[in-house]
Design a protein around this ligand. Structure first.
Ligand SMILES: *[C@@H]1O[C@H](CO)[C@@H](O)[C@H](O)[C@H]1NC(C)=O
Ligand SMILES: *[C@@H]1O[C@H](CO)[C@@H](O)[C@H](O)[C@H]1NC(C)=O
Ligand SMILES: *[C@@H]1O[C@H](CO)[C@@H](O)[C@H](O)[C@H]1NC(C)=O
Length: 224
């Protein structure tokens, strides 16, 4: 008896502390629909008066059904975060549709505030993430329609469509109302102003002119 209540307590404590360290803070009421017009800054967005909240605050019409134009790297991420859907405020979740051209990719990037779970709707994807230092192990997989893969919070990950003829489509859920994205190449070689080429030449162990060439490229984003 004593040991089973100890177990229950331990399980409860684990649950509570897990919630406390989950990506976004847990809501303290049913919802906190973002008031987009408030000039007050908080960690998140201030709540709209619950009396003024309607179903439309939780709704986004026909947004993720349409194929998207892809960019230079061959992808387009359509993210529905709290900026697009005010009802997501404080709920710790968002959703994205990702379109991949034949041989297109969602290049190596990280989400500083979210774990991502992805499923393939159409086509095939080669996906992976790299563990943190010192091991930097690549964990990768080829996904077919209906397969599911998880990218842990903060880790560098990518998706690539290996098919030269057929596009691919994925849906991803992310454990933040505002996951953020850092595309590695864009952040490192496309920062404004540029990072000193002395720094990058040493960091990447290449000639400065290689860095200058990389910095001269147009680092287009695939999130809009
Ligand atoms: C993504 O697709 C939309 C709709 O086709 C388009 O307006 C937008 O420019 C595309 N973004 C990128 C980065 O290709
Ligand atoms: C909130 O405001 C931003 C910037 O003014 C706008 O881009 C966005 O669409 C608005 N979001 C909602 C849910 O109204
Ligand atoms: C990292 O690599 C070392 C040496 O190969 C190994 O002993 C250790 O288990 C690895 N750690 C993880 C988390 O994979």
């Amino acid at each position: 008896m004593a040991s089973s209540s100890y177990f229950l307590l331990a399980a409860l404590f684990a649950l509570v502390s897990w919630q406390a360290i989950a990506s976004d803070p847990s809501p303290l009421q049913d919802f906190c629909v973002a008031d987009n017009n408030s000039r007050v800054f908080v960690n998140g967005v201030v709540c709209k008066d619950p009396k003024d909240v309607t179903a439309d605050d939780f709704f986004k019409a026909a947004e993720l059904d349409k194929p998207r134009m892809t960019n230079k790297v061959g992808s387009n991420v359509t993210l529905i975060n709290v900026m697009q859907l005010a009802g997501l405020n404080t709920l710790g979740i968002s959703i994205a549709r990702i379109d991949y051209a034949p041989l297109g990719q969602n290049p190596p990037h990280t989400h500083p505030r979210a774990t991502e779970i992805l499923t393939v709707l159409e086509g095939t994807l080669y996906v992976g993430f790299v563990t943190s230092n010192p091991n930097n192990t690549l964990l990768s997989k080829v996904l077919n329609k209906g397969d599911v893969f998880v990218f842990p919070v903060g880790l560098i990950h990518f998706q690539f469509n290996p098919n030269p003829h057929v596009p691919a489509v994925a849906i991803a859920a992310l454990s933040s109302q505002n996951p953020g994205a850092i595309t590695i190449a864009n952040a490192v070689f496309g920062s404004k102003p540029p990072i000193s080429d002395d720094v990058l030449a040493k960091a990447f162990q290449v000639e400065k002119r290689t860095i200058d060439w990389l910095q001269a490229q147009f680092w287009e984003n695939n999130h809009y």
